[in-house]
Design a protein around this ligand. Sequence first.
Ligand SMILES: Nc1ncnc2c1ncn2[C@@H]1O[C@H](COP(=O)(O)OP(=O)(O)OP(=O)(O)O)[C@@H](O)[C@H]1O
Ligand SMILES: [Mg+2]
Length: 402
Amino acid sequence: MLGRTATPAIDKVLEPASPALRVTIVLDPETAALLDESRLALPDTSVRIFAGTLAGFASNGPMVRATDVLIAQFDAENPREFEEFERFVQAHRNHLPVIAAVHGLTVALTRKILRSDAVDVLPVPFTPDELHQAIETGRHQMLQVQPQARMRGGRILTFVGALGGVGTTAVASQAALIWAEKQSVCLIDLDLQFGNAALYLNLKPQLTLADLLDAGDRLDAEFLRSVADKHVSGLSVIASPRDMMPLDALTPEFVERLLDLAAQCYDVVLVDLPGAWISWSLSALQKSDAICLIAGLTVPGVHQARRQIEVLEANDLGDRVRLVLNRIVTPMFGKADLSQAETVLRRKVNFPVANDYPTISTAIDEGKAIGSIKVRSRIEKDMRAMVADLSSMIGAEQAGPR
Ligand SMILES: Nc1ncnc2c1ncn2[C@@H]1O[C@H](COP(=O)(O)OP(=O)(O)OP(=O)(O)O)[C@@H](O)[C@H]1O
Ligand SMILES: [Mg+2]
């Protein structure tokens, strides 16, 4: 199966016609380059090759959520890689069967690997038969997983402001109300210190993010649902803690677990993220299918947005970023000229949102959608265009209607 003449198969998906078991095989780039992808075809199975490391795969939240069975190559003789593998398998043991793929497999290594929660072990290089058998073991394991624990495949969108006060929470909460018209949606307020998403929706939640944090190991999908407060629109909201908390009260592991659970429970998960970069910001961003960077049309606002884009690009997240320019003063006819801002930003403004303080502030005061405050307003039109575009970007429609 692995031969010198094989063509590289990197990030290619072999799709069958019917809905299928989604298998991802993580292989180091040299091994991936030798793989003959034409030998991967299996009935009712789509196989994706990820040429890279398990850590690289693990940090790609959208790809993890689009995987039903994972085959991961790693160096089992390397203690750091072994530990990384064990940690990944442990963290996903309730919803993602993982098969280890290892060079130079020995009986001792096989035993060691099977003592972790891995469901099978595959030698590298493997034959088509060995691969098919491993996939069947994974398929069988996947079917044992309780339906509620299976990855629902909900999409995650994070809203982050380039500067404070640019309207991140207003845009996120109003976008959430639009999404909630058609799908099950949860808005999670991770702004531990200044979070006011619940307030903007006129909710007074009994439980908050602090209760999820206190739950420790008891944090599961059911508990998450019970903490979420329901807006009359059907939107679920996980409010920020009532008492101000230090930003490092959250850990990357907690944020990853929280977002994984939320994506299991809801079609669309929206996150209101504080603008400051903290240890767990990257965890939330890596889990996200899309990142909405909100900026205002001021000189410091645009420059700060450029700096945030640079950090996101340096973390390989540039292609997930969509730029929202909020509070645009639109001319009576035509569109506002955003060309100067786009030059500084070196990026297209994806979503201009009109400045309309009376409408949005009334909506916030009453905890209602802007559309119910003023019909056919420019700001509502802009928000709806943003939601529609983001939905198709992340394939949110496929996550299921409410
Ligand atoms: N498109 C808009 N037109 C007019 N006013 C707006 C618009 N969007 C937001 N605002 C107003 O801007 C103010 C700040 O909004 P918001 O609290 O959402 O900002 P934020 O970026 O979340 O702030 P923080 O950094 O404190 O979290 C609010 O008074 C809100 O009404
Ligand atoms: Mg805010």
